[in-house]
Ligand binder design. Structure first.
Ligand code: IPD
Length: 281
């Protein structure tokens, strides 16, 4: 069976286990095990260990499920359930012992995200979402609402759609690993910076999405996100009442991922469309 609640329980248990191993067993002399697309795109032995642990945990209970993992785990499955895993999102932070890294596990049934968990061990935070039921931080409901839309409450719908002007928006972003893409991303950030409250580059796309979901930033955008970066965080944003998508009404993809409080989403998309943020030159 594919009860989303049970899938979320398993995802949460495995993310917590992986998080524990990543904290407790982190070698003192952790180095880069290999690089992927470019010298900045790193893998540590701990990425690989985390992915192995999670995949083994899934297959022990659900041998017919499909899997897609950042470090190469990939299997088709026959059950209609697919697990999309980032064993360490924010690997560079992990390598440098910055606390902004996480384990991200999203679960899809017939191609639709139904459950997601983002475990952030160093911040002792677990973000979860269940399609149709909400999103939570350490079990407390969260809402994607801008600090700009007034009130301190956080009640359902409160301030939800009030427009957030770009100049009052705190916007998170991320950069790809390829130098050419980074050059373009740098130009866009330079153009955006004088127009917004400020910019954050946290170093983990999944945490950036959770930050949108709980109102710690107003918006987030990044070109070049992979499915495992956004599988869990995307559902967490939606279930927290935020919006996630690509430009010109498309779905979030490797082309562009934009997530924001409802009042900012369109403003941010329009700006990014206007400056060609989904181009590489
Ligand atoms: C990276 C992080 C980073 C984002 C990159 C991702 P990784 O994931 O999420 O914030 O800017 O696009 O690749 O490589 O640490 O799993």
């Amino acid at each position: 069976s594919a009860d989303p609640k049970e899938l979320l329980e398993l995802a949460s248990r495995l993310a917590a286990e992986a998080g524990r191993v990543l904290v407790e067993d982190r070698p003192r002399d952790l180095g880069v095990a290999s690089t992927k697309s470019s010298p900045t795109d790193i893998v540590t032995v701990m990425d690989q260990r985390s992915e192995k642990l999670i995949v083994a945990g899934i297959l022990a209970e659900r041998p017919d499920d499909g899997i897609l993992g950042e470090e190469g785990a990939s299997r088709e499955g026959t059950s209609g359930v697919r697990w999309v895993i980032d064993p360490i999102d924010g690997t560079v932070n992990y390598l440098y012992e910055l606390p902004m890294w996480c384990v991200s596990i999203g679960v899809e049934v017939d191609g639709v995200a139904v459950a997601g968990v983002v475990e952030v061990p160093m911040l002792r935070e677990t973000f979860t979402a269940l399609r149709g039921h909400g999103a939570w931080r350490n079990g407390e409901p969260i809402r994607a609402r801008s600090a700009q839309s007034g009130g301190g409450g956080g009640g359902e719908g409160e301030g939800a759609g009030e427009p957030v002007p770009l100049e009052r928006a705190l916007v998170a972003t991320g950069f790809g690993y390829a130098a050419q893409r980074r050059a373009v991303q740098g130009r866009i950030v330079a153009d955006l910076l004088p127009r917004v409250r400020d910019i954050r580059r946290g170093g983990s796309a999944a945490i950036d999405l959770c930050s949108v979901a709980c109102g710690r930033v107003d918006g987030y955008y990044e070109r070049g996100t992979n499915p495992w970066d956004i599988a869990a965080g995307g559902l967490i944003v939606e279930e927290a009442g935020g919006r996630i998508g690509g430009l010109r009404g498309t779905a979030a993809s490797v082309e562009m991922t934009v997530a924001a409080a409802p009042g900012l989403f369109e403003v941010l998309c329009e700006y990014l469309e206007g400056c060609g943020a989904d181009r590489d030159s």
